[in-house]
Design a protein around this ligand. Structure first.
Ligand code: GSH
Length: 212
């Protein structure tokens, strides 16, 4: 049975955004059953967990003696087992993987900077000085993404792991109104989030938080 690590509890601003969500979503799309190992700060700091995830973070993926960390690598590993996430033709597969990296490397980095300023450093002078430039950089990426999407439903001609990753990245803007100015990107994100597999993944991440 596949096991993934996730947090027992996170503050409300992070609920529904923790990176095990993308792994749960990929597993749901692929139809692979899994169980979650819910961890707390004590486990995060333990030598046993650090041997699985050198930075003490979630998610970790474990199956049959294989242990993986980094959500991008895990989603790619799962996607390689499911045509729902990765086309079987070489070009289609390579394009989907390209979008997965673009989400993590070209879009998430920008959005993460903004989220860190807003959620962790809002009152600090350096953050207030830096924020306008960071917001502009995010707006630029969103506009570029809108051009890529054009009038298509997905980044390529069908849903792939690239859309899955891009959607989880865009969700990190939920504390802002930046997507309101980008209807194409907003509709794209909502289209992906409407997938039943996403809804199941989100409910599964939220369940332990709501139990507390
Ligand atoms: N690049 C890593 C980042 C993982 C990550 O940042 N996980 C966060 C939750 S979304 C975490 O565990 N934070 C707690 C910590 O860093 O101590 C990945 O994509 O898996």
């Amino acid at each position: 049975m596949i096991t993934i690590s996730a947090f027992k509890w996170v503050p409300p601003f992070a609920q529904g955004l923790v990176r095990d969500l993308r792994v749960r979503w990929a597993l749901e799309e692929a139809g692979l059953p899994y169980q979650a190992r819910l961890i707390d700060p004590e486990v995060q700091a333990s030598a046993e967990y650090r041997a699985l995830q050198p930075f003490g973070q979630v998610p970790v993926f474990q199956e049959d003696g294989l242990s993986l960390f980094e959500s991008g690598a895990i989603v790619l590993h799962i996607a390689s087992r499911s045509e729902v996430l990765l086309p079987t033709d070489e070009a289609g597969k390579a394009r989907a993987i390209t979008w997965l990296f673009a989400a993590l490397n070209s879009v998430e980095i920008r959005i993460q900077q903004l989220a860190e300023i807003d959620l962790f450093h809002a009152g600090k002078t350096w953050a207030q000085l830096h924020r306008p430039d960071v917001e502009k950089a995010v707006q630029r990426r969103l506009a570029e993404l809108a051009v890529c999407l054009g009038d298509r439903e997905y980044l390529e001609d069908r849903f792939t792991a690239g859309d899955l990753m891009m959607t989880t990245v865009l969700r990190n803007l939920r504390h802002t109104d930046l997507l309101e100015a980008m209807p194409t990107v907003k509709a794209y994100k909502e289209r992906c989030e409407a997938r039943p597999a996403f809804q199941r993944a989100l409910a599964a991440q939220m369940e332990p938080f709501q139990r507390r």
